[in-house]
Ligand binder design. Structure first.
Ligand SMILES: *Cc1c(COP(=O)(O)O)cnc(C)c1O
Length: 396
């Protein structure tokens, strides 16, 4: 028989400070509930947990949508769920693309068999409303407009109002990726008129990766219920999952029990803090961090006026090696930050100040560590100037 290749030691992961593009740090309260006893997925106590989670998700999404629930799987499962449930062969869709996650939406939308029109923008800039308008001129019968609210690969926060208005004027549904904004920046599903949205647990919600909160309004549900073909993925089929999360409690697949505990606790923490206080905290810490970076000679990458408060992108200075700097941060400071993806690989850093990690303590620590990493490569960065600039933001 095959034997284990060696004696495997007990897990002892390092206590990293996760300041990258996700996962972010998790409150000990969330880890604690994950080690509590399992319940059955149809246990009355678990059903109460599901109901609490739905209510708390409606608060965080700012929506009254009945269909608001966490899909099993990471953020990409939510993306797949929304697009695969709303699109089918013969449909037309417009997808905005100016980063990795818009690109992933295009891939998924195309896999549904829908005809996809891509609206492209520069990486690090927003998509202009005129571009969306022009796309609808060319594809007036598009069923859906899909866009990323918080593009984690570039640090851009896409303005919403105009593009939603344009889509609705053309009778299209609007699907929004809010994986890196939900719980860290204003997201108003109902006020904005978003028809379908998805997020992930491991960014600003500060929960481990594993669930993907989604929400759909009545219009989107109507489109779902008027499909001509079955949703191609059995696992992600909302018409069936709704029967488990809704009144019927009809078994579909076993809910990831411990993850559901974790999400409920993470959402409870958000409710205790209050959404507006949480958004303000993210904004303040992003401003302080950005001021500190500028003071030590680093330049922001994302377009001014549209920068995400939960993920700050910086240009890697000339003659500084991206990977070596990130290695310095990890080895000397236990800090993870992320590098660039795709066309900006090696050219930008992505620093996440998400959820419970968005603190002044982490801002000062990250600035100090970044200055150290830069100086190690001969780039003269003044940590004291950076800390002073950040302090000035907090004192203002
Ligand atoms: C992280 C992320 C995703 C994908 O989430 P996974 O949890 O990695 O599957 C999708 N969209 C955006 C904007 C993200 O930041």
């Amino acid at each position: 028989m095959l034997e284990p290749k060696k004696k495997y030691g007990e897990l002892a992961p390092s206590e990293r400070i996760l300041l990258g593009a996700g996962p972010s740090g998790v409150d000990p309260r969330v880890l604690r509930v994950m080690s509590t006893p399992l319940l059955g997925h149809l246990d009355p106590e678990f059903i109460e947990i599901m109901d609490d989670t739905g209510d708390l998700l409606r608060y965080v999404f700012q929506t009254e949508n009945t269909m608001t629930l966490p899909m099993s799987g990471t953020g990409s499962a939510g993306m797949d769920t929304v697009l695969s449930n709303l699109l089918e062969p013969g449909d037309k869709a417009i997808v905005a693309f100016c980063g990795v996650f818009g690109e992933r939406m295009i891939d998924i939308a195309q896999r549904t068999g829908a005809e996809v029109k891509v609206v492209s923008g520069d990486w690090g800039r927003i998509i202009e409303a005129e571009q969306i308008e022009a796309a609808f001129k060319e594809m007036p019968d598009a069923k859906l407009l899909a866009f990323v609210h918080a593009e984690t690969s570039t640090g851009i926060m896409q303005p919403v109002d105009d593009i939603v208005r344009i889509a609705h004027e053309h009778g299209a549904l609007v699907a929004m990726d809010c994986v890196t904004s939900l719980g860290g920046a204003p997201v108003w599903l109902d006020k904005w008129g978003i028809d379908a949205a998805y997020s992930g647990t491991q960014k600003c919600i500060s929960c481990p990766p594993g669930l993907s909160p989604i929400s759909m309004n009545a219009r989107a549900q109507k489109a779902l219920n008027s499909r001509k073909t079955a949703v191609p993925s059995w696992y992600l089929d909302l018409t069936m999952i709704e029967r488990y999360w809704g009144k019927e409690r009809f078994y579909h697949h076993t809910a990831p029990i411990s993850m559901a505990y974790a999400l409920r606790e993470a959402l409870r923490i958000i409710a205790e803090e209050g959404l507006e206080a949480r958004w303000a905290r993210h904004e303040k810490n992003a401003q302080a961090f950005t001021a500190g970076c500028k003071a030590m000679g680093l330049e922001p990458f994302a377009q001014e006026g549209y920068r995400l408060p939960s993920l700050i992108t910086l240009k890697v200075p000339a003659n500084v090696d991206d990977a070596a700097a990130r290695k310095h941060l990890l080895q000397k400071f236990n800090i993870e930050i992320s590098g660039g993806l795709g066309p900006v690989k090696g050219q930008i850093w992505r620093v996440g100040l998400m959820g419970s990690n968005s603190t002044s303590k982490n801002v000062f620590l990250a600035l100090t560590a970044l200055a150290s990493a830069l100086n190690a490569q001969g780039f003269k960065a003044s940590a004291s100037a950076a800390l002073e600039a950040a302090t000035a933001v907090y004192d203002a």
